[in-house]
Design a protein around this ligand. Structure first.
Ligand code: NAD
Ligand code: MG
Length: 389
């Protein structure tokens, strides 16, 4: 029986890498839903090629274009947030959650509520609503498989291990575009400079988040929520080669490291084939040619996002939702040229301080409603802070 698969965020970097793997073993998969944004031609081409049941664009004003492009194909066309949720309700065996940002939460949560195996690239889901997501998965007997390379690496290092024996989890960071820049140049870093990554080819938003280490800060919180460890057990180490993706330190002093090429098709493929391991079209590493691996302590003056992540983990509750939303708006502000590169962390810190003084960030219970309210409030506050800067 082919595996029934849906891909949310199919037109993005993770979505296209997922499709690349599926295309190579077409007969193993049946495509239920593919979703995208404004890139209707990519969405249509993939839906037609893979024979999807339904194609959904997030933009309601693109529905007419999508309908026209799919005419005669027998593929349903739909648009908007409700249509995304409806697509997530369709029976599937495996769902890729690869929308970027907090918008990925609802479709992913819906798939879990239907007991589907969720391949989770959308780290924002765990940052904003980790306890809720993990509880829903448990209630509905659904499996969440991490797709972020670090978390896939930790997951793989833990196969057959007992969590009680885990002392620490070390996630690596390349250091992004500005790893070796003089500190005083960062304030004037341009969008183009922040949008190029030394080792990975990814979507623009996560690439900029790598330069600021907001990506790593989200991943620290993702680690805490997914693996259920304490913030004090999570370490970040700068590893410029990006070949070790993460390490798990055990109580007998052993460290299990996951080493692999910086190609997201490894982590995606691992989740796609899980619990099997199958051949994947990624480069095999030549360790002698690589010669050496380097590690450095991360400098929190260069990357204040790492300190903010620790504060968010300490606060708990809705701090993750506020942090992520403020970060998304600050990133929008940087992309639009409204604020400088270093101002992104300043905006996020100021938003957290304001909300903490106004309504507080802790919450006894995390629900979809209070997460969405907090997301909304933090975006509003971020707009105000950016507007006043
Ligand atoms: P991307 O920008 O390349 O693609 C994002 C996808 O989401 C596109 O299909 C886009 O149409 C869709 N989308 C954007 N906004 C939307 C909205 N409001 N509603 C519905 N759909 C929307 O992003 P990406 O780099 O593929 O990243 C996707 C997710 O995977 C992110 O959460 C990112 O942090 C995570 N991730 C990415 C990589 C990578 O290598 N790209 C690695 C690890 C984790
Ligand atoms: Mg990652």
């Amino acid at each position: 029986m082919p595996r029934r698969v849906s891909i949310f965020g199919a037109t993005g970097s993770i979505g296209q890498n997922t499709i690349d793997l599926i295309r190579r073993e077409r007969e193993r998969f049946e495509i239920i839903a593919l979703t995208g944004g404004a890139n209707v031609s990519q969405l249509t081409a993939d839906a037609r090629e893979l024979g999807a049941q339904v194609a959904v664009t997030a933009h309601e004003d693109k529905l007419a274009d999508l309908r026209e492009a799919l005419a005669g194909s027998g593929i349903e066309a739909a648009a908007g947030e409700a249509a995304l949720v409806e697509a997530a309700e369709r029976s599937a065996d495996w769902v890729m959650s690869a929308i970027v940002g907090a918008a990925g939460l609802l479709p992913g949560m819906t798939a879990l509520q239907h007991g589907t195996t969720l391949a989770l690239a959308n780290k924002e889901s765990l940052v904003t609503a980790g306890p809720l997501l993990m509880a829903e998965a448990k209630t509905h007997g659904a499996t969440i498989l991490p797709v972020d390379s670090e978390h896939s690496a930790v997951f793989q290092a833990l196969v057959g291990e007992d969590m009680a024996a885990v002392e620490r989890i070390i996630i690596t960071a390349s250091g992004g575009a500005f790893r070796d820049w003089p500190l005083e140049s960062l304030a004037s870093a341009t969008l183009a400079e922040a949008s190029s990554h030394p080792n990975w080819d990814m979507g623009q938003r996560i690439t900029i988040d790598s330069a600021s280490m907001f990506n790593k800060s989200l991943e620290m919180i993702e680690t805490k929520e997914y693996f259920g460890v304490e913030a004090s057990q999570i370490e970040v180490v700068v590893h410029p080669e990006s070949l070790i993706h993460a390490m798990v330190g055990f109580n007998d002093g052993a460290i299990m490291a996951h080493v692999g090429p910086p190609d997201m098709r490894h982590a995606i493929g691992y989740a796609l084939n899980w619990p099997e391991r199958r051949e994947l079209p990624v480069n095999r590493l030549d360790l002698v040619q690589i010669g050496q691996l380097n590690f450095r302590a991360p400098d929190e003056a260069r990357w204040p996002a790492l300190r903010l992540a620790r504060e968010v983990m300490e606060t708990g509750g809705l701090a993750g939702a506020a942090f992520n939303a403020a970060k998304e708006r600050a990133l929008d502000g940087f992309i639009a040229g409204k604020i400088g590169f270093l101002a992104m962390a300043e905006v996020v810190e100021e938003v957290l301080a304001r909300i903490s003084a106004e309504t507080g960030l802790s919450s006894a219970q995390i629900t979809l409603d209070n997460v969405r309210e907090m997301d909304h409030l933090a975006r509003q506050r971020a707009e105000e802070v950016i507007g006043a800067s």
